[in-house]
Design a protein. Structure first.
Length: 164
């Protein structure tokens, strides 16, 4: 399949459990199925409630059969003025390298520009391909976390200006 076989759209309530399944599968793959990661996030199955206000949105990508294969969110970081967080960006292995992640990231960043000046994200040291992807897209690694995301096991943080 190529990128034309995938459809990006805003998350709907019916997608909550399916995107949770995608995220959990990716977390298991990277041995991140534990406290301190998205695995233990109490909002994981409630995205349609969480991402439904200005400055907070989540998108999913579905394949030609309508199966969700990835997603990404933008959320207010809370205590960092003008900074949002790129949240829960995950894609299943079968769509990696096809442009799906790029499509998700560009959509999220374009949306974030309407409300924020910078975008922050947290990831794990063993997600080296993801780190290269973020760096390729203008993210700079920073030494300490911003805000209080609850993801204390995420040991790599990045930030990017949204006016790039």
């Amino acid at each position: 399949m190529n990128i034309e076989n995938y459809k990006l759209r805003e998350l709907e309530e019916k997608d909550n459990k399916e995107i949770e399944r995608v995220i959990r599968a990716c977390l298991i793959e990277f041995v991140a199925d534990h406290e301190g990661t998205a695995w233990a996030d109490p909002n994981l199955g409630r995205f349609s409630e969480i991402y439904n206000s200005d400055g907070n949105k989540y998108w999913v990508v579905e394949d030609s059969d309508g199966k969700i294969v990835g997603g990404v969110g933008i959320g207010d970081l809370g205590n960092a003025d003008g900074v949002c967080e790129l949240q829960k960006m995950y894609c299943l292995p079968q769509v990696r390298g096809l442009g799906v992640s790029h499509m998700l990231l560009e959509t999220a960043l374009n949306y974030a520009k309407r409300f924020y000046k910078k975008v922050y994200l947290e990831t794990l040291e063993n997600m080296t391909v993801a780190q290269r992807f973020y760096e390729k897209h203008g993210f700079c690694r920073i030494e300490k976390s911003l805000g209080n995301t609850g993801h204390f096991a995420c040991d790599v943080c990045y930030i990017r200006d949204l006016d790039l």
